[in-house]
Design a binder for this molecule. Sequence first.
Ligand code: SAM
Length: 294
Amino acid sequence: MSGQPTVGQLWRGWRDVLDRLGFASAALDAKLLTGYALGLSALELATGENNSVDPAAAEQVAALLQRRMTGESVARIIGEREFYGLPFALNEATLEPRPETELLVDLALAHLPPGGQLLDLGTGTGCIPIAILANRPDARAIATDLSARALEAAAENAERNGVADRIRFLQGSWFEPLSPFDRLRMRSDAPFRFHLITSNPPYITSAVVDTLEREVKDFDPRLALDGGADGLAPYRVIAAQAADWLDPDGAVLLEIGYDQGAAVSALFLEAGFENVAVHRDLNGHDRVVAARLR
Ligand SMILES: C[S@@+](CC[C@H](N)C(=O)[O-])C[C@H]1O[C@@H](n2cnc3c(N)ncnc32)[C@H](O)[C@@H]1O
């Protein structure tokens, strides 16, 4: 683009480029990234359409749009994504929170008793426990992740969403980092049992990860996607150990792939859980397994 384009010319020009490349959300992406690069809100972008943009600022817009053209998502470029109406910072070690996962939060809010204690495994950005705590000022949580870098984002997100004093982040594999805490209490008057264990673990089979669309496979961390040869490896660990940490009246809520309902339910039934149900998302796909000991 030559000379000094106006704001409107700039975002529309990039919209056309993305459109020609087949991006379904070309107009939205171009507006969001132009506004972000120029430091303008959506309203300012709309009302400032005729303002000219100096070459240095236009270069910054171009740099972001070029990243989009490689398949990087708008949320990753901006470094933030909304989940359950709250903002979550992302980094290279975190999965982008997905809208499908909001069903897990809805179910968790329904299952968690007053003063409930929650364990979230593989927390990533911390979106699941932070969304729960933000809606339940009486609840507390521990969240684990194998990635220390992901936990940095999660801790930042807990601060930002005002729940940092009620959540503890521990680095390690699934339940492992809990061991040093087994004699400590989240509340001095309560036994160390969780009322709810949640997880959205990696559940894609290793072979399928490489075939995913580039926005996912090139930018979401493999550790957040790869569930092993049959996609069930994390569920086996969780099913085998959950009862050791769960209140007898508590529940385990796990996000699953659309075709994993029967297999994950079977793992929990084999592990001694008596009450197991599969919940569907708004698209009618199996999305969450809920397991109770009784
Ligand atoms: C599918 S992502 C989900 C992240 C977040 N809970 C969400 O819903 O957006 C799975 C998460 O599990 C973590 N993870 C992978 N293997 C793990 C393990 N062995 N122990 C703990 N966390 C693990 C990954 O780092 C990643 O953050």
